[in-house]
Design a protein around this ligand. Sequence first.
Ligand code: ATP
Length: 356
Amino acid sequence: MAFLELTGVQKKFGKQFAVRDFNLEVQKGEFVSFLGGSGCGKTTTLRMIAGFELPTAGRIRIGDRDVSNVPPNRRRVGMVFQNYALFPNLNVVQNIAFGLKVAGVPVKTRLEQAGRLLDMVHLDGFQNRYPHQLSGGQQQRVALARALAIQPQVLLLDEPLSALDAKIRLKLRQEIRALQKELGITTIYVTHDQEEALSLSDRIVVMREGRIEQVGTPAQIYHDPASLFVASFIGTLNRLRAEVADPAAGRLAVAGQVIRTGGVFSRPKGEPVCVALRPERLSLERRNDDDNCLSGILSHVTLLGAIVRWSVRVGEQEIRIDTFNDPLLEMPPAGQTVRVYFPEAACRVMEDSEVA
Ligand code: ATP
């Protein structure tokens, strides 16, 4: 049985839906991210799990308890917010031990536990400082320790790193994941940062306009997106306009050139579809005998450090290709005719309504 379960959860503010039809099962110890653009309902869903918002419909279960109507302080969830939300008049130890004090834990035990947590979040020696005497990263470590102090059943993190600079963000990201694994704590992490979601999560829930668009492991979401929306939201993507050439044989025409996709189509010959192709699956050299091939004109080449990005014009469309920056690589001049190769398996054909 899943440890955390949301069934038919819905939230309306006035007449507007913030979250609808939300069904999710999270296993004990799993790290799940809610990923999506601004206003898609990530925070509202998290706040419903925490109990700060009540669902308009649906149920939420944690462990063997239906917590749908249980107040936040009795749900045993720990929450970390983007803006740290520490108590400014309490020092580090007092902040961390706050929840334990409220729960009536004796002072000696409180201090022992706070000391252990200080150690865990690498803040030894900072116990007597006040929040304004700490950096953003240190404040967020305190917030994390405070959330963990109550030994929550579920840890909820709402964009905890987005106020921090890039270097600290990366470091804390790794620390959060290591700590989460060590404690085996079931965690929900809200972010709009795809790289964060891909690198941290066991599974990602991609959300759009209050609904779940796809749930999957990072690899599934990246390589096998369920829709054009997911494919475009995560990573860099070529979206090629094509038309069905042979529906039963899975053949398409891109700018008059036929490619094989390995699928079969419900749309008849001549209908538009979209082929989603990741730039790193394409190559300017044939790798396999049965690779697809599109001929085009090289329009420009950009060095991005470890990666070289090639732009090739095929008909009216620009295709991006990413290759490793091989020092022995010969760079053909722009304007030259080149061939772009890719396997059938790299093609994700989207027939959904968003295809123009
Ligand atoms: P962001 O990444 O910008 O924080 P989000 O995905 O977390 O976005 P939510 O904050 O959950 O999105 O908001 C979802 C929708 O619900 C938005 O349209 C928002 O305006 C609306 N909303 C959220 N809270 C309230 C509220 N208290 N009253 C009215 N509408 C709200």
